[in-house]
Design a protein around this ligand. Structure first.
Ligand code: SF4
Length: 345
């Protein structure tokens, strides 16, 4: 999947390649939390402990070349899986080992919080996002079952170009679809998709998400002067998938995206809030439940998660872990937890 040159470049950028198609990179927020500089927005929104989070992918290749993506255009792209299929246990153990090795340097760092560092030795969450399209890994469900057995929660992000993979996906703690434009024409400009039927694939993916029983979320990456338009059209697409949560999050002027966009395309937090308010005005069953200024992110949640006037958007990870290995039907409502007051807006 990767040329020796691309591999060298990724390793230079602090990635670790696991086998032939997976990769790990420590998230900036994991380090920040260990240094006592705060946690990521998913901590505020859902209770993720950023210091115990593993950021990885099972497929470095992608079927989109999104304009706002920090990946360079040299990164591998493909529509179908054309590579060896690595063993899920090798990927799991190799990823955790590389992640912990990348973090070890913080042990001696004088500003590091010793307790938070010790906690980080025990991975509790995995974010299957990082780069590429992790959902296309042919043995993804086996890997998810291994994460469940290890008591590691699973967040999975997909760019909605593989509806069958979404339909066939085993339960994950929270499934994300990236929705990058409100119409066919703009989606082509923003995501530069490989598939000619990219729009139909998005529609089928939204329908597949509507069929999921566990937590679902649609993320809007807000790029100023590009896709922060037509809130009503966004709302129609969101309603089609009926996700539990919606995130409006600012594009970040980082990595190779700086060759394609400018700092002006990064909206201020207030602009993201204003756009989220426009979108939610067309979604009567949702309400703005939380925001995270440092990440310029706003979360909408279904009103049904406001129980007796209190938001329950956090995740009960112990309950998730038990349900995920019990082999019985379960749904979002079975592993909700109350959102601490300090994270409610
Ligand atoms: S949930 Fe995402 S942002 Fe938060 S620590 Fe994990 S990878 Fe980073």
């Amino acid at each position: 999947m990767l040329s020796p040159e691309s591999k060298r470049e990724l390793v230079r950028q602090q990635y670790r390649i696991i086998g032939s198609h997976s990769a790990v990179k420590v998230c900036g927020w994991t380090k920040k939390m260990i240094r006592g500089e705060g946690a990521c927005y998913k901590h505020a929104f859902y209770g993720i402990r950023s210091n115990q989070c593993l950021q990885m992918t099972t497929s470095i290749s992608c079927a989109n070349r999104c304009t706002f993506c920090w990946r360079g255009y040299k990164a591998p792209v493909a529509k179908e899986w054309e590579w060896d299929v690595d063993d899920p246990l090798m990927i799991l153990d190799g990823s955790i080992k590389s992640h912990l090795a990348l973090l070890i340097g913080l042990k001696g760092y004088d500003k590091a919080d010793k307790k938070l560092f010790e906690e980080s030795r025990h991975v509790k969450h995995v974010a299957l996002s990082l780069t590429g399209e992790p959902i296309v890994y042919p043995r993804i469900n086996e890997l998810l079952a291994l994460f469940n057995k290890r008591g590691i929660s699973t967040f999975m992000v997909t760019n909605a170009q593989y509806p069958d993979a979404i339909r066939d996906l085993a339960p994950v703690t929270q499934l994300y679809i990236s929705l990058d434009a409100p119409n066919r024409k703009l989606l082509k400009e923003v995501d530069v998709p490989l598939f000619r039927d990219y729009w139909d694939r998005l529609m089928q993916s939204l329908d597949a998400m509507a069929g999921k029983k566990q937590r679902t979320c649609i993320r809007l990456t807000c790029v100023k002067d590009m896709n922060m338009i037509d809130p009503e059209e966004y709302a129609k697409l969101i309603s089609r998938a009926s996700p539990d949560f919606v995130e409006c999050k600012s594009y970040m002027f980082v990595g190779a995206s700086r060759q394609r966009l400018s700092l002006k395309n990064m909206p201020y937090h207030e602009e993201v809030v204003a756009f989220a308010k426009q979108v939610v005005s067309f979604l009567p069953e949702y309400e703005i439940a939380a925001e995270h200024t440092a990440s310029r992110a706003v979360m909408l949640a279904k009103k049904e998660f406001k129980i007796k006037g209190e938001w329950h958007a956090w995740i009960d990870f112990d309950k998730w872990q038990k349900l995920s290995v019990a082999g019985k039907e379960f749904s979002t409502k079975d592993y909700l937890a109350k959102t601490p007051r300090q994270f409610i807006c």
